[in-house]
Each structure stands twice: as C-alpha cells, then as structure tokens.
Design a protein around this ligand. Structure first.
Ligand code: ADP
Ligand code: ZN
Ligand code: ZN
Length: 667
C-alpha cells in the first residue's frame, strides 16, 4: 500500500511536496483528499495529487490531518484537471485551485456583502416552448439526436441576433432533462445576462443554480453540493461554472461563443472556456452548443473542416427585420465643423427625430485603443502612471486621473510631474462622459444615461441602468462594449456607432475580428420589436473592408477575407500560439528569464516550431513589473507537447513566468 502522498499546497504559487501517510490513514488518504500538512514550521492545507511507494527525499514529515472524508474531485473533474494542466502548460496545483478553491482566499471579504439568493426558483407562471420555425426545428432535431445518442458532439449555431438561438437552447435543456441529464449554460458575463436568466427561470419548473465569482465560498460550495448530489440539474454561470461537479451532464451551452470574456488571460491556467467545455463534453460524452451571430474564426473553421456541425439561422424569429446601416464619413463632418466633433449632422437629426417621436437611441462608443488623457497645457506632456507604462485616463466628474491597468489615482489639480506647473492638466481625447456633455450642449433637454466602467462599479448597477432605460427614464443610452451585449430594448430604433474604427489602431491579429463582431452585435440592438431600426456608423475609414463588410452584415465574406490574411501571416486557426510572458521588478531579470527560456526551448524543439524573438510586451510595464515576452508558433498542436511540459516546470527566483496557450491577443 502506498505510504507517501504528493501534496499540492494551497498557495498562490505552485508548490508540491512529499509527505508520509500515517499508518491509520493509509486507506482513507486517496488522491483528491484535502489534508493538513506541516510546512516551514506552520500548518498548511493542500490536496493529495498522487500516491507512491517511495520518494527521492528522506525524513518526510507526516500528514497531520485528513480534512475531507473522500476525494474533493469526481473522477471526471480529475481527468479534466489533468488535461488542463498538460494543455495549458500549468502545474496541476494551480489548475486544482479552480476545482477546489482554498477557503482562506477572499472568503472574508465576500461574506460581508448581503447574501444573494442561491437559486433561481421556478416561476409561478411557466412560459411554454415556442413552435419552432423550420430552420430552428432542423437545428433542434440534430441536437436532440446527439443528446439521445449519448455521443460527444459539437453544434455551432450561427444565427443572426433575434433568430431564436436562446429558444433552441431552452428546448435543448428541456430534452436533456427529459432524458434525465443535467445541463450547464455558460454566459460571458453574468451581470449582463438577467434577461436570459429570466427566460430560464420562467421556462423550467425546477430550481436552477446560479454560479458566479461574486458568490462567497460558502454559497458556492452549497450550490456545488446540490449539483453534485443531483438535487439540482440545471446550472448557469460564467466561465468558472465549468468546474462544477455535475454528474450525468448532457449538454453544455456557450452563448455568444465568440466573446472574449470566455478567455482567462490574467493568471494561470490561462484557459479558454470553449476549449475546456469541449474537452469536458468529450470526456463525459455530452453535447456542446456554441451559439453566436458572429462565430469566432476558430469555431467557424472547425465547422468547415467537419469537427463541428454548423446550423445557420438566417431569419429573425419574431417579425422584426434587420436594421439598415449607413456609413457616415467623419472626415467630411470634421471639415464642416471646423474641428473635432462626436456627431455628424446626420446622426444629430436622427437623434432629434427619435426624441420627438418618443423612441430611444443607443450611442455606442468604441473606446478600445482610445484614451482620454490628462495633458499638461504648459509642457504638452501626457501624465503617465508611475507604476505602469501607460498614460493616465482623465475622469472629469471627479477631476481624477486614473490608471486603467493598476487602478492608481491622483488628482488632476496637482502639479504636472513633468514641468511642475500647477492647474495646467486638462482632458484631451474623449470618452462616454465627453459624449454625454457634447450631446447636452446640442440638446439641452435630452435625458441621458451613461454605462461604462465608471458608472457600473457597483454590483447591481448594470441591472439598474438597464431597467431605468427600459422604463424610458432616458432618451439616449451612451455606453461602451457593455451595451453591445445580449440586451434588447423594444423602443430603441436608432443606434449610433461613434469612432467605429478606433480598435483598428491596435496592432493585433484579432483587431479586425473584434471590430466586425462589435459592429454586428451593436447593430443587433436596433429595432427588435415592431419598430424598424436604423444604424448610423461614423468612421474615418469609410472604405475600410471590415467597415464595409460590417455594414453589409456579411459574415461569410468577412470570414473568407480574414481567413486569407490569417493564413498568409500564419495566425490561428492555421497555427497554434503560445505566449510566454516574463515579468519582474527589475527589467534585466525579466529579460534574462525570457532569454534563458527562449534558448532552452530552441534546444528542445523541433524545426516545426517557430520561436519568435524576445521583446518587450504590448504593455511593457504594469504595476511596477517590467514585462518581456516571446511567442511560439506551431503548425500542429501535438508539436507543443514537449515544450508545454518544460514550460510548466519553470520557476525563477526573481521573475514570474506566465504561459498563455491560445492567447486572445499578442499584447
Ligand atoms: P437570439 O437568442 O438568437 O437572439 P431569441 O431566442 O432571443 O433569439 O429570440 C428572439 C425573440 O423571438 C424572442 O422574443 C423569442 O421569444 C422569439 N422567438 C424565438 N423563437 C420563436 C419562434 N419559433 N416563434 C415565435 N417567436 C420566437
Ligand atoms: Zn498603473
Ligand atoms: Zn507640464
């Protein structure tokens, strides 16, 4: 019987040590059991990740306590964790934190908040399934066949906004439940999803577990226990819900599968929920539904080569028609205005007519790639964050300058750090606040609401703002990315897209894809009920191919064009990327670690791997850490295996390494 346990310690850093198992626990100390162990003279907690007969170390300390009677992970979860560790080149102990969050972390902070309801109780009035149109029915029939066959399969539902994808998800869940199977419904961001939650609640006469990161650990554990025991069989949540124990899993749904929130880029493991969902379903013979109006190129490509089954929904399910989209050239508007303006005359007239008719307008500001800088009038220097390599953003309301990378704040009324003048710092550039004030300058009576990172810092604020707007407390809602997502407002008949091309200024292989998705998603917000919608797209690049394809809502043409570029430059889905990022308080330490690793990989790897040179990363400094990176490109995923294994074993005394497999950007 094995008498030694390898224990992954619950720490932020990857730590794994051998301990001896006292005689009386040899039976109970299984893989996955949580234990207390002595570590550096104190007691620590950890999880047994392997059992063995011997160790390369001598005089092992014994485990001091068994903290859980059986494994914390089911066999299925265990397999998934193992796969993630290998695929994402991450030590298993870091992957396990997703499955077994350590109670020491965060709990104290989150308990203070008011207890949220754990479950969505079934509604008294049940909403009945709709009779599907032929496109929806064909799609659902295939999904039902997959569910019944109990074989792994991925369905990609490419359907324009309002084409009835959600209705298909609901009926797929219903079928899974009829077969005695459980369902997991993933959404990009739970706070932007209340309409979908409502629809699920109203459809099913059974409780639904709502899983998200704002829950306290106690609440989450309770929800997980009920799912594990089968007491609850429908779960909805953001990407972390993927790690919930759900026996007899029949279907995993990823709504808005292209959304970048599905990708964890901040800390290891840098996983993509889509990839993990598909692997989980594969291991548990479940069905996956990926839905989007603008599928990611990766998914669309997988459908093309037959890995996924593609279903196209080309009509809006209810009678609403797609909006018309007009492009306005802002170069001309600026000339007429004699300088910068947010609004073309055309857009102003359109807004005015909506105000008169009592209809509503969304103004969407594409701020990616843009900043409202704090600029000194005296010396013309933009005020930098002292901790990051980034200019501070000006927040007019509070007269504050804030760093969007690390949160550093300072008053805008202080001295200019560069020339020492006082009171010379002013706002340059624009943001939602500026748009709002400019609009009030034109229409003093207009009622506006603003939705961005500043106005939605509080927990419930998205929902409150949306409700106010739906209750017609404002004529115009001005917002960033957030208003592009799933919500719909019946009386919005006009959508204005300001500075549409801003994101093209970011040199990244996904910039075009991001912009195209955004244009389609934003346009989808107009005219969903019985009123026809109009979209006005303002840009400096009216001839840009992506803008034109967005105007025509032509996904297939966009896909063809973009795939040619990706192929030409060797980007996904034609290659697999691994981004290795090194950071340190000392610039030279980060660089040394990067170069050392680069050389080692060069020795290890086959000619099939292309290892790009080391360079400073897109943000060369964040939170006082200097950052260097390099990129590995592989034709086949298999060729990365040895390198991944090597990368997951690395640590440096004075630098951090972060491995990002399938990075969402090169930055
Ligand atoms: P999507 O998820 O693709 O945006 P939804 O499922 O939300 O689309 O459908 C858009 C609207 O059309 C919703 O109000 C929905 O209730 C309605 N709807 C969906 N399918 C049907 C159908 N077969 N018959 C009538 N109305 C439908
Ligand atoms: Zn900063
Ligand atoms: Zn100055």
């Amino acid at each position: 019987m094995p008498c030694i346990a390898e224990v992954a310690v619950e720490r932020r850093k990857a730590l794994r040590f051998d301990y001896s198992i006292p005689e009386e626990w040899r039976e109970a100390a299984q893989v996955g059991v949580r234990v207390a162990i002595p570590l550096q003279g104190k007691t620590a907690k950890g999880v047994i990740v392997a059992l063995k007969e011997s160790s390369q170390f001598e005089n092992l300390l014994p485990i001091t306590e068994l903290l859980s009677p059986t494994s914390e992970l089911s066999a299925a979860q265990w397999r998934l964790a193992g796969w993630m560790a290998r695929y994402y080149a991450t030590p298993l102990e870091l992957v396990l934190r997703l499955f077994i969050p350590a109670p020491i972390r965060q709990d104290v902070k989150s308990r203070k908040g008011k207890e949220e309801t754990l479950l969505l109780e079934a509604d008294f009035f049940q909403s009945l399934p709709k009779t599907l149109n032929p496109e929806q029915k064909a799609c659902l029939d295939h999904i039902k066949a997959s569910l019944q066959s109990e074989k792994f399969k991925v369905h990609l539902i490419h359907g324009i906004t309002g084409s009835g994808k959600t209705e298909i998800y609901l009926q797929a869940i219903e079928e899974a439940r009829r077969l005695g199977k459980a369902a997991l419904f993933l959404v990009p961001e739970i706070s932007l999803t209340s309409q979908t939650l409502e629809r699920i609640r109203a459809r099913f006469q059974e409780p639904v577990a709502l899983l998200h990161h704002r829950r306290s650990l106690g609440e989450r554990n309770a929800a997980w226990r009920k799912l594990a025991s089968g007491e609850i069989s429908i779960a909805i949540g953001a990407r972390s819900a993927l790690f919930a124990p759900i026996p007899r899993l029949g279907v995993i749904i990823l709504d808005e599968e292209h959304d970048s929130s599905y990708k964890q880029s901040e800390e290891a493991p840098c996983y993509h929920a889509r990839s993990v969902a598909i692997m989980r379903a594969h291991m548990e013979s479940a069905t996956v539904l990926l839905g989007s109006a603008t599928p990611s190129l990766e998914s669309r490509y997988n459908a093309e080569i037959g890995k996924y089954q593609l279903h196209s929904l080309t009509r809006r399910a209810s009678s609403a028609t797609l909006p018309t989209i007009q492009i306005v050239d802002m170069k001309a508007a600026h000339l007429r205005n004699g300088g910068f303006t947010h609004f073309s005359d055309h857009l102003l007239k359109a807004i005015e007519s909506r105000i008169k008719k009592g209809e509503q307008t969304l103004l969407f500001l594409n701020r990616r790639g843009h900043h409202r800088l704090g600029l000194c009038r005296e010396c013309q220097t933009a005020i930098q964050c002292p901790h990051c390599d980034l200019s501070l953003t000006f927040h007019k309301g509070e007269e504050q300058l804030r760093c969007h990378l690390c949160g550093f704040e300072r008053s805008a009324n202080e001295y200019c750090p560069s020339c020492g003048s006082r009171g010379t710092i002013q706002c340059k550039g624009f943001g939602t606040e500026h748009v709002e004030r400019s609009l009030h300058a034109v229409f003093p009576e207009v009622r506006t609401l603003r939705m961005d990172r500043d106005t939605t810092r509080k927990k419930e604020s998205h929902e409150e703002l949306f409700q106010q707007f739906r209750a017609h407390k404002a004529d115009v809602l001005i917002g960033t990315q957030m208003i592009a997502k799933g919500f719909h407002f019946p009386s919005v008949t006009l959508v204005g897209i300001l500075h549409a091309d801003a994101s093209l200024q970011i040199p990244d292989f996904r910039s075009s894809e991001f912009l195209f998705q955004l244009l389609i998603q934003v346009s989808g917000r107009a005219g969903r009920a019985d009123l026809p919608g109009e979209v006005i797209l303002q840009t400096f690049l009216p001839e840009h191919p992506v803008i034109l394809l967005g105007k025509n809502q032509d996904y297939d043409a966009f896909y063809t064009r973009e795939m040619e570029e990706r192929k030409l430059f060797g980007y996904p889905p034609f290659t697999h990327l691994i981004k290795c990022l090194f950071s340190s308080k000392k610039s030279e330490k980060a660089l040394e670690a990067a170069e050392w690793t680069w050389r080692k990989i060069q020795e290890l790897s086959t000619p099939a791997l292309q290892i790009l040179p080391v360079g400073p990363s897109g943000h060369p400094k964040i939170k006082d850490l200097f950052r260097f990176q390099f990129l590995i490109k592989a034709k086949e995923r298999k060729e990365c295996e040895r390198v991944s294994l090597f990368l997951s074993s690395l640590s440096f005394p004075d630098a951090y390494i972060k491995v990002d497999v399938d990075p969402s950007s090169l930055w």
